[in-house]
Design a protein around this ligand. Structure first.
Ligand SMILES: Cc1ncc(COP(=O)(O)O)c(C=O)c1O
Length: 417
């Protein structure tokens, strides 16, 4: 592996060695992935949440393959671009103007640009420890960074971005008293990238009210949470009325596609050419075919059953560890949750920092990997459950967790890295 920098093109995809070897996935289908040696894993990383229907779902693969074979990359408009926008917009309420992009990072980038042009202000306020993509504009104050943790009076900022503490009501007013150039506040409806810290009651509504009072826009970054809890936006499920939303991952179920959905009054800055939108591959037929195949599948999908499957698993993980003398809890939802080695999950990132246990999270990853379950190795990671994870798959996971809980009651070290 002399040519590929760091063995993989995205840092997050760099998993630890086991027995001196990296894990390289050669094939994937439904809830499973197989490594180069043919070993099968139940996958809970699921393309970092990008495969909500499971790996390689027939409908999406067929639609994308047809587009690939018949019309892969016309330079100009093509019929399925408007159809895909309509399919998305029908499920995003008053955010009914759509611009397709290719990755979540690009969608966030474009949403921030639209907000800047629409308000004539330049500053984006983002949540400390949130991850809103890897582009320069917002790659600041991410989980684990020095800027993500700060005390009152020490607010980390650069020329364009400032952070606030999640679930801290006062910090919202405070930031608007400190800066008069805020274009938008950018928030994940659940702080999923810091291990699924949910918003406390009233926080998002308070954020929205304060943002409006100060003439800024509310951008919800739903690249991870959009279409994950129902066939629509999580912010809408929570009763929040954002101005712009970035979506990605689930909307194409395994094919690279993302989008900004927004209110017409703000998206018009792109329509009128005052905010540049671009991209050789933005809105390409393969991506649009994936959206067109995914939307009806999600419309029909039983999200409640999916949550219930995951909740059964969450309960049994807690029980298995308790049986073997270790306290764990989980945060999030049945189909996207994190495991904490503590009695209760944190309500804030600062509380989370005090609870994370890198050694135990890594040990859990390694033991489960040997048992044929793939989870993220980071304490800030999440477990995703897709519509392809049926009751039998969940039962298999329960058995593996029981064995691992037992193994981890004996020793955490010596997992064979
Ligand atoms: C909330 C959120 N925003 C933005 C991104 C960036 O998306 P992408 O990796 O597709 O660029 C991610 C990716 O994990 C995300 O979780």
């Amino acid at each position: 592996m002399a040519y590929l920098v760091g063995d993989v093109s995205s840092t997050a995809r760099c998993f630890p060695l086991m027995d001196g070897k990296p894990v390289a996935i050669a094939r994937s289908s439904g809830p499973y992935v197989w490594d180069e040696s043919g070993k099968r894993y139940i996958d809970t990383v699921l393309g970092f949440g990008g495969t909500i229907l499971g790996h390689a779902p027939d409908a999406v693969i067929q639609a994308a393959s047809t587009a690939l074979l018949t019309n892969p990359l016309p330079a100009v408009n093509h019929p399925s671009e408007e159809l895909a926008a309509a399919a998305l917009a029908q499920r995003t309420g008053n955010l009914n103007k759509v611009i397709f992009t290719n990755s979540g990072s690009e969608a966030v980038h474009l949403a921030c640009r639209v907000a800047r042009v629409a308000t004539g202000k330049r500053r984006i306020v983002k949540i400390a420890a949130g991850f809103d993509g890897w582009l320069d504009g917002v790659a600041f104050g991410n989980v684990g960074s020095a800027e993500a943790r700060f005390k009152p009076g020490q607010r980390p900022s650069n020329g364009y971005v400032t952070v606030i503490r999640y679930n801290d009501f006062n910090d919202v007013e405070q930031v608007f008293s400190e800066f008069d150039d805020i274009a938008a506040v950018l928030v994940e409806p659940m702080l999923a990238n810091a291990a699924c810290i949910p918003s406390v009651d009233g926080y998002l509504a308070h954020l929205q009210k304060t943002v409006r009072q100060n003439g800024a826009l509310l951008i919800c970054d739903e690249v991870l949470m959009g279409f994950r809890l129902h066939a629509g936006l999580t912010s809408h499920l929570y009763g929040i009325d954002p101005d712009l939303v970035s979506v990605g991952k689930a909307i194409g179920s395994g094919i690279a596609v993302s989008a900004v959905v927004g209110k017409a009054e703000y998206m018009k800055v792109a329509e009128e050419g005052r905010a540049l939108r671009g991209g050789t591959f933005s809105g390409n037929p393969i991506a649009c075919a994936a959206v067109l195949a995914t939307m009806p599948a999600l419309e029909k999908a039983d999200y409640l059953a999916l949550q219930a499957h995951g909740n059964i698993l969450r309960e049994s993980i807690i029980e298995s560890f308790a049986k073997h003398g270790r306290t764990v809890c989980t945060s999030g939802y049945g189909n996207v949750f994190s495991i904490w080695f503590s009695e209760t999950p944190p309500k804030t990132y600062d509380e989370g920092l005090a609870l994370v246990n890198n050694e135990l999270s890594l040990a859990l990853h390694m033991h489960l990997r040997r048992e044929g379950i793939l989870i993220m190795p980071s304490p800030y990671g999440r477990m995703y459950i897709s519509f392809a994870h049926d009751a039998a798959v969940v039962a298999e996971m329960q058995v593996a967790f029981e064995r691992v809980a037992e193994l981890m009651s004996r020793a955490v070290v010596g997992v064979g890295a």
